[in-house]
Design a protein. Sequence first.
Length: 286
Amino acid sequence: MVQADQLERGAAGGVPPAPRTRAADAGWRIILHGAAAIGLIMLVVPTLIIIITSFDTRNFIGFPPAGFALERFDRLVHDQAIIDAAITSLSVAVAAVLLDVVLAVPAAIAFVRREFAGKSFLLAFLQIPLMLPGIVIGIALLIFISTVGIDLSLGMLVLGHVVLTFPFVLRITMSRMERADIALEEAARNLGASRLVVFGRIQLPYLAPGIVAGAAFAFLSSFDNLTVSLFLTPVGDMTLPVHLFFLMRYDLDPVVAAVATVQVLATLTIIVVGLRVAGEDAIVST
């Protein structure tokens, strides 16, 4: 009974926790920090190894490198197949992102500002690609296209990438829209502004950082996608990930390391530019 009273007084009076509790908290912090460090190492170290390997002087992929040279990057610049594949990936990614933005922005506004039957179900359905493995989406799209009788083409590849990347733009734009002040929109409507004017003068400028952030994620996901592209890429128009896949499968060409290095640097550049343009709040808040 006395111990119970002491515990109650300690909890109410702000008495510092027992040494055993502090030791347990410190132990958990050490475990969590250690797990985070291991995870970071597993993410960063393989990338660093690929970057270092791309400067190797040997004609095969190996680590540690035997020397330092830019021969693989010279091959990369003059390899027309890789250049064509990169142009195809860039074209598909840009087209997919444009469609994502055109479809996701009005959808985000509708989901946030309107109430309609089946809203929760439709929102969950549109975000299914975020939860399914990419290979499942690729096989499902290929079966659907074959069943309907549509030939593979770059247009179908773009639509496949839209299915995969649309949720990124929708989710981030919705997150931004949810924090918008509806009083500004109502005030504009009360003063006679049309819905189009409200969208162009109030909603769109506020949503712009979220749109940029979502478009950046969608572009990176599309440009680097293999699982969907592997099933939907038409003959003669391979994307860069598919071309690299076949190089690694049949030839193990060391120029792949140089391509990977360029992709890493390009990804970091897009992320930095996206953070500068959209702001960290537009991304972290999602």
